[in-house]
Design a protein around this ligand. Structure first.
Ligand code: DX5
Ligand code: ZN
Length: 219
């Protein structure tokens, strides 16, 4: 089953609640929330206070999309508990921003959230071989993190394909999420390669008809 995770980075922050409601009503499965610290990536986006307001506006209930928090921050271990308390359902952190990956995965799970690890385009799948059994999700970046509206890196298709086969062979219960440059065209390619959670920012929030954009990306 393909899940769609609109990224709020491309929403209008002056009317964030309205924009999130729009995609929730259009059938989004996850709300993808990009937390950027200005160090791991060049810009600062938002953090716990905004997440908390969104959680209050969208309490957990049947039909409410899960909050999928993508941490693009150095020292992610310092943010886990407060991000969970602010309302995350899924927390992913970058392999490149951390040292004690297994410990952080345990920390995320102990905070009551699903745990995922993110790989930059230049980071090999081999880096996560040992922790794959412990994660609920792997997020493969299909652009370099930090900005919306970048071009999909085609070379990542092979990486998605490889991860998909490893997960199938090992019978792990692990989602493959992709993030960056996903639109109606590239979504076909990543679905074929084995991704099942598709993040899209500009292709959804930049569309006239948000529901149609979600439908087209879902395929
Ligand atoms: C980029 C973020 C993405 C971003 C994707 O670092 O992680 O979630 O919003 O934007 P698009 O879909 O426009 O490439
Ligand atoms: Zn993201």
């Amino acid at each position: 089953m393909i899940k769609i995770a609109p990224s709020i980075l491309s929403a209008d922050f002056a009317q964030l609640g309205i924009d999130v409601r729009k995609v929730a009503e259009a059938g989004a499965d996850y709300i993808h929330i990009d937390v950027m610290d200005g160090t791991f990536v060049p810009q600062i986006s938002l953090g716990q206070p905004v997440l908390k307001s969104l959680r209050q506006a969208f309490p957990r209930a049947e039909g409410t999309p899960l909050f999928d928090v993508h941490l693009m921050v150095e020292h992610p271990e310092t943010q886990i508990e407060s991000i969970a308390a602010a309302g995350a359902d899924i927390i992913t952190f970058h392999y490149e921003a951390a040292r004690h990956h297994h410990r952080i995965i345990q920390q995320i799970k102990a905070s009551g959230c699903k745990a995922g690890i993110v790989l930059n385009p230049g980071t090999s799948l081999a880096c996560i071989e040992e922790i794959l059994p412990y994660v609920d999700m792997v997020l493969l970046m299909t652009v370099n993190p930090g900005f919306g509206g970048q071009k999909f890196i085609e070379g990542m298709l092979e990486k998605i394909h490889l991860l998909h086969h490893t997960i199938e062979d090992m019978e792990f219960d692990c989602e493959i999420e992709v993030d960056g440059g996903i639109n109606a065209e590239t979504s076909k390619l990543v679905r074929q390669a084995g991704a099942n959670v598709l993040v899209a920012g500009s292709a959804i929030y930049g569309a006239e008809d948000v529901a149609k954009a979600i439908k087209d990306i879902r395929g």
